[in-house]
Design a protein around this ligand. Sequence first.
Ligand code: SAH
Length: 219
Amino acid sequence: MEKEFMKYDRQRDEMVRKQIQARGITDAKVLAAMRKVPRHLFVNEALIDQAYGDYPLPIGEQQTISQPYIVAEMTQALQLNEEDRVLEIGTGSGYQAAILAEIVFRVYTVERIHTLFTKTRKLFDMLRYHNIVTRYSDGTFGWKDESPFDAIIVTAGSPDIPAPLISQLAVGGRMIIPVGNQYSQELVKIYKDQKGIHITKLGGCRFVKLVGEHGWKES
Ligand code: SAH
């Protein structure tokens, strides 16, 4: 058991150096979180030895846990502060939420598939992530009662930026969302100030679909 632990520690350290730092991620808070969160506990047991590989992995229900580098890139782009309250749409395995929870005050995460929602809620409890609040619903509506948020991260691909999410972003807030068609998207960063929103594009990516009222309609 002890030996197993050390094996994953070593793999995680190597992941951070070769996949994350080597590709230019420099935010110390992001690097520390990626070094700490036990990614192998967020994947299905059959895939545990691939947990630190440079690729996404299936998590059931035709959904995926993102590639480690994408998680790091999106998290860095959010420019997080310790006191921030962050909304995540697409809880999935819970890995991205755990990374956020290591950095900020509180994470609000929404999932629309019930089996993933319950499984991941249990994992958060087991790992004692008391600053992650979960919700089972269509996240394209955001989480109005808890808004505004200092940062919003959408971890599924959307045809457009859902309007409720823009209105639930605080002034000074940052949002990251993959926008595009079903096969490929662009990571879009939105910054909101008194005058309105400012959009920058961070490059190509590929996510599963954001399904909901302000995303892709269920087929
Ligand atoms: N952040 C996750 C990524 C999971 S993949 C992780 O670290 O593992 C994207 C997730 O978004 C899936 O679990 C999918 O069910 C969920 N999703 C898609 N549309 C959604 C919606 N409208 N509201 C909430 N979750 C949604």
